[in-house]
Design a protein around this ligand. Structure first.
Ligand SMILES: Nc1nc2c(ncn2[C@@H]2O[C@H](COP(=O)(O)OP(=O)(O)OP(=O)(O)O)[C@@H](O)[C@H]2O)c(=O)[nH]1
Ligand SMILES: [Mg+2]
Length: 463
């Protein structure tokens, strides 16, 4: 698969993680594998090296511990936990009983052993993170923590943690902090270390309630701060509203920032990791056409993007909403590009950008075999096929972007009096001056621009 080797780029000394995934009947094989692989990349973005993946085919997610008893024990062996979800340590088992359990695990249909488990580490290594490729209830997470002795995060938790570590702008930081507190509040528990035992259970619960209230107050405080920041942003944005702009949107790692770099000559951050970009960047298309066109690079989407984060990133993505056109970037070399395309469509409709005109850009074609490229071209005849790494392709995209805007142009002749030559120079910046005729009363300009732009100049010149 396209990214299979990229998740383990960490040195052997990096903190270790074990992945847990349940293969539910509604997921096909490719879906399941790419989801696990994506989780590995997410965990890698957090700085962990995945040493093993525990997978299990089941008909549903078991309420208490996600995994069946045998798999849970296997997980415990890997992490150094006892593999039990009870609060007390299990009784020492005799060999015969262990054998019996192993047999039950292997023969049980529901908990069918999956041959996919990969292990490249002795079981004694300390594992710091167990990442589960499903949403966990707070009690499931707690149970798994008990069984493994490691920190347990579900997909949402991993994604929030990445956003938390990497968000840079004030707005993004506030938004992530809110999402993070909302995620952790229900997962808070009475502080460990026997506080309850000393003070009695009631006191522990009261302390927990107090902590939760503090979290709620903090969230309210952060929301107020966020509103203030957003008011500021809106003022700044309204200055840009006139500008012609496109937004690069798409699945994480599709190559949005690479295209942004190439199209604008800027040095935005590009990296082969998920969620390299968390803030929107706006730059002018370069070399600059007249009028100039602004390009926004946006945060990438991912499947099961926590709703809370979609909501909180809505304002970051509002940039995309303001664009007159979206370039929907797809990593054509990823076997699950189609599913990724769906996810982006869904999130765009969720944030109300479903109707913004969009062009599909199939990126990374340098990684495709000629037959595969031909197949995709036939499948998506209207898409632009490019490699962000190929300057000729980038030049082609630039021309096409300009054409996109000029398609909405209309032509009209305007008369600019000799005393208003400043207006003429503004007209040059906002559209195309096709011809100029110097007459007695002024300059007759054959002008091509957007209808609103023409109307604006006409009204100014009539005053
Ligand atoms: N081979 C190849 N690699 C590409 C191409 N475009 C981007 N990449 C690589 O893909 C990886 C991700 O690129 P980015 O531009 O950071 O992707 P992004 O869509 O901005 O990702 P996020 O910010 O995480 O959402 C980087 O390693 C790029 O070098 C391409 O056309 N061909
Ligand atoms: Mg990016």
């Amino acid at each position: 698969m396209a990214h299979s080797s990229e998740g383990s780029t960490h040195p052997r000394t990096a903190a270790r993680a074990v992945l847990v995934a349940v293969h539910l009947p509604d997921a096909d094989d490719l879906e399941f594998r790419s989801s696990v692989e994506e989780l590995e990349r997410l965990v890698s973005t957090l700085g962990y090296r995945t040493i093993a993946t525990i997978t299990q085919a089941r008909s549903h997610l078991e309420a208490a511990a996600v995994l069946g008893e045998g798999k849970l024990k296997e997980l415990g062996d890997l992490t150094g936990g006892d593999g039990h979800i009870g609060t007390t340590a299990p009784k020492r088992k005799d060999k015969a009983r262990l054998k019996r359990e192993a047999a039950v695990d292997a023969s049980d249909d529901e908990d069918a052993d999956d041959a996919e488990d990969e292990q490249d580490e002795p079981s004694s290594s300390k594992v710091e993170l167990v990442a589960v490729d499903h949403d966990l209830s707070p009690s499931q997470a707690r149970n798994l923590e008990r069984a493994t002795g490691a920190q347990v995060l579900d997909r949402t938790g991993v994604i929030i943690e990445i956003f938390h570590r990497h968000a840079k702008s004030r707005e993004a930081r506030l938004q992530v902090e809110i999402a993070r507190l909302n995620y952790t509040a229900p997962r808070m528990r009475e502080s460990p270390g026997g506080k309850e035992r000393q003070q009695g259970r009631g006191a522990g619960e009261a302390a927990l309630e107090l902590d939760r209230r503090k979290v709620r107050d903090r969230v309210a405080e952060l929301r107020q701060e966020l509103e203030a920041v957003q008011r500021d942003q809106d003022v700044r944005r309204s200055h840009r509203r006139q500008a012609r702009r496109i937004a690069l949107v798409g699945y994480t790692n599709a190559g949005k920032s690479s295209l942004m770099r190439a199209l604008t000559g800027s040095d935005v951050y590009v990296e082969n990791k998920l969620f390299a970009t968390l803030d929107t960047t706006v730059r002018a298309l370069h070399p600059e056409p007249k009028p100039r066109i602004l390009v926004s690079d946006t945060v990438g989407f991912i499947k099961k993007l926590p709703l809370d984060l979609v909501a909180s990133f809505k304002s970051t993505l509002d940039e995309a909403l303001e664009a007159s056109h979206l370039l929907h970037i797809v990593d054509a070399s990823d076997p699950s590009w189609n599913a990724q395309l769906e996810v982006t469509h869904d999130v765009l409709s969720e944030i109300g950008a479903g109707d913004v005109p969009a062009t599909l850009v199939m990126n990374k074609i340098d990684r495709l075999a000629p037959e595969e490229l031909a197949r995709l071209r036939a499948l998506c005849p209207d898409a632009w096929f490019v490699s962000a790494h190929d300057p000729a392709d980038v030049a082609k995209i630039r021309e096409r972007i300009i054409t996109l805007f000029e398609a909405t142009y209309v032509e009209e002749e305007l008369m600019v009096p000799y005393t208003r030559q400043a207006v003429l120079s503004e007209m040059h910046d906002s559209g195309r001056v096709a011809a100029e005729r110097y007459e007695e009363n002024g300059i007759f300009v054959t002008y091509r621009a957007e209808p609103e732009t023409i109307a604006r100049f006409k009204s100014r010149l009539s005053k």
